[in-house]
Design a protein around this ligand. Structure first.
Ligand code: UDP
Ligand code: MG
Length: 322
């Protein structure tokens, strides 16, 4: 059996040697044959240098460079396309997902589980602000999509069959954490303590978080669209009541007052119309990106590559010679 370890890196030049140094002895310790699939997500620092040096020293370290920064989701997609193992593990490159759990994950896989998910026991050291964000995001995501992602992470082991199923998914906008739930299969989880970053810093910005939240929710649920009709219904009921009141006033000859009501109504109608249009716009923009069907990533350089088996659906393009 072969084990693939997928690690995305974006501007992690100081972190890469440390991460590889920790992972390799653990992989050797499993006694199975292994490969590391390292994806350089268009880093602009010396990350690619570090990766090619490591790849030159060991053929089992396969490294791939994106033509630009495509984001962690795209890096995950590339890793899953390129991994050849029977068991495939995904892990962050900053050691926040402790590689020491790998033997435990493999043991669960050997028991017949096809998806082994890491759940965050504690959300590491995080500001109150990001805890609050996560709380709001997971709460609304659960209500909209029906999937509970609280404490979920991208630290997962997937069986070959799950990865093959994943590779048939045609969408451009993926949200790995939720899609891997959607896939189903025999699943189990283990909990891990999120380690602290030893070097570099988190690449997440508020903007990315907002985009990911909107993407995730609109990608997994059409409920917001139904919400628009619901708001319309509520407004209609308000109109109905106010309409009767207005008519009564008119016939009683008291029609001149009520200016405040008019302004309030204008504001309410104006804002709810714009919000609704915006929401519809988000869905249309999703259709727009999906229909263009662009590759999820472009790999411009690679060392120790093994070309992936042509999938039922190829999600990216590889523009390097063998
Ligand atoms: N990462 C990536 N592309 C990006 C941003 C991040 O491949 O555009 C990688 C990053 O190098 C790291 C992992 O994804 O290995 C997790 O990123 P980070 O630590 O910044 O996220 P956090 O742990 O704060 O959620
Ligand atoms: Mg991190």
């Amino acid at each position: 059996m072969q084990l693939s370890l997928i690690i995305p890196f974006y501007n992690e030049e100081t972190q890469i040697p440390q991460t590889l140094d920790v992972c390799i002895p653990i992989l050797e310790g499993t006694g199975s044959s292994w490969e590391i699939i390292a994806i350089d997500d268009g880093s602009t620092d010396g990350s690619w240098q570090q990766l090619t040096t490591a790849a030159a020293a060991d053929q089992r370290i396969r490294v791939f460079h994106f033509s630009r920064n495509f984001g962690k989701e795209a890096a995950i997609c590339a890793g899953l396309d390129l991994a050849g193992g029977d068991a495939i593990i995904l892990m962050d490159g900053d050691l926040q997902h402790p590689p020491s759990y790998i033997p435990e994950m493999l043991a669960l896989w050997n028991q017949g589980y096809e998806v082994v998910e890491g759940k965050k026991a504690k959300r590491g050291k995080e500001s109150l602000w990001s805890k609050l964000n996560a709380g709001i995001f997971y709460g609304s995501f659960r209500r909209l999509s029906g999937y509970d992602l609280t404490n979920a992470s991208d630290f997962k082991l997937l069986d070959r069959r799950v990865v093959d199923a994943w590779r048939t998914l045609p969408e451009q906008n993926t949200f790995f954490r939720a899609l891997s739930l959607w896939l189903g299969f025999k699943r189990t989880s283990f909990s891990f303590e999120v380690a602290e970053r030893t070097s570099g810093k988190s690449k997440w910005r508020i903007r990315d978080l907002i985009r990911l939240s909107l993407d995730a929710m609109t990608g997994f649920s059409a409920k917001p669209l139904y919400l628009i009709s619901f708001i319309g219904l509520i407004l209609f009921i308000i109109f109905f009541i106010l309409g009767i009141q207005t008519l009564v006033n008119y016939f009683l000859g008291r029609a001149a007052s009520g200016f405040t009501t008019v302004i309030l109504l204008q504001l309410l109608i104006g804002s709810s119309t714009l919000i609704s249009l915006g929401l519809i716009g988000i869905y249309i923009s999703k259709i727009f990106t999906e229909i263009k069907a662009r590759p999820r990533y472009i790999i411009s350089e690679a060392v120790n590559m093994i070309r992936p088996a042509e999938p039922q659906h190829c999600s990216g393009s590889i523009v390097v010679a063998d």
